[in-house]
Ligand binder design. Structure first.
Ligand code: CO8
Length: 259
């Protein structure tokens, strides 16, 4: 399928979605959310795609937030519907069975930070900037920022960012635990692809099981989370990936998964 507001491509078991509205700094309009949701369904159905990477086109922005021209005229009912639509698309991203890496190449503001936070982890260019500036627009985050940011960095730091609307650098985002790695702008995609391909070469069943166990465990108490892990471990241990991984170790060779 081809799209107007995003680019989708796949190579070596890794799919990439590039937000592609460079004239509006890749802002999330209604069409982009519709297309993102369709692209995620398409990717989820492809068994040979093991990892998804998200990035922004151009060298200035990952996503500069929801499209403010659309936001400016919403009444409460329309605002609720728009927020729900964004939550649905971003929730689908978080619940995708395969890991998702956000390659943040520039501004990730408002909905842009919220999209990155719904990924499994974030690598950022030294030029990236993060923030939830909605308060400056007389709004609050509407695509999960009040929920995912505190879970990622703790309530106090999240509240400071949300209440001030301030932008932070990639280095600061790494310091607070929002970002895993910061690299030079030119090195970002190579670094992300290296990690994506390393994960893609692992067994698809345990990779999916590990992501699911972490995500589901974060929503329950520790004993319930440990019970989730026990069941997921048991399901993996009898599978072909465990057979290959353990045999390869004992035979002193490299495992070959997903053959
Ligand atoms: N929406 C629409 N257009 C945008 C957006 C945006 N979020 N961000 C930038 N643009 C446009 C600009 O209007 C400009 O267009 P034009 O060339 O036609 O004037 C073009 O992109 C380039 O932007 P600038 O000229 O402003 O570039 P600068 O380098 O001077 O500044 C900034 C870059 C700092 C990123 C600046 O553009 C900016 O502050 N953008 C807005 C950032 C923002 O506030 N984002 C949060 C939006 S609200 C949100 O995300 C809420 C999510 C939940 C919504 C739930 C219900 C729908």
């Amino acid at each position: 399928m081809s799209y107007e507001t995003i680019l989708v491509n796949a190579e070596k078991n890794v799919a990439t979605i590039t937000f592609n509205r460079p004239k509006a700094l890749n802002a999330l309009n209604d069409k982009l959310l519709t297309e993102l949701s369709a692209a995620l369904d398409e990717i989820a159905a492809q068994k040979d795609i093991h990892v998804l990477v998200l990035t922004g086109s151009g060298n200035k922005a990952f996503v500069a937030g929801a499209d403010i021209t659309e936001l400016a005229t919403l009444d409460a009912a329309q605002g609720k519907a728009c927020s729900e639509k964004g939550h649905k698309a971003i929730g689908k991203l978080q619940e995708l069975e395969i890991p998702v890496i956000a390659a943040v190449n520039g501004f990730a503001l408002g909905g842009g930070s919220e999209m990155a936070l719904a990924s499994d982890f974030i690598y950022a260019s030294e030029a990236a900037k993060f923030g939830l500036p909605e308060i400056t627009l007389g709004l609050i985050p509407g695509y999960g920022g009040t929920q995912r940011l505190p879970r990622a960095v703790g309530a106090n730091i999240a509240k400071e960012m949300i209440l001030t609307g301030k932008m932070i650098s990639a280095a600061e985002a790494k310091e607070i635990g929002m970002v895993n790695k910061v690299v030079a702008p030119d090195a970002l995609m190579d670094e992300v692809m290296k990690t994506a391909e390393a994960i893609a070469a692992k067994g698809r069943v345990p990779v999916r099981a590990a992501k699911k166990a972490v995500n589901e465990g974060l929503n329950v108490d520790l004993p319930s989370g440990c019970a989730i892990e026990i069941d997921a471990f048991a399901a993996c241990v009898s599978g072909s990936d465990a057979k290959e991984g353990t045999s390869a170790f004992l035979e002193k060779r490299k495992p070959v998964f997903n053959a």
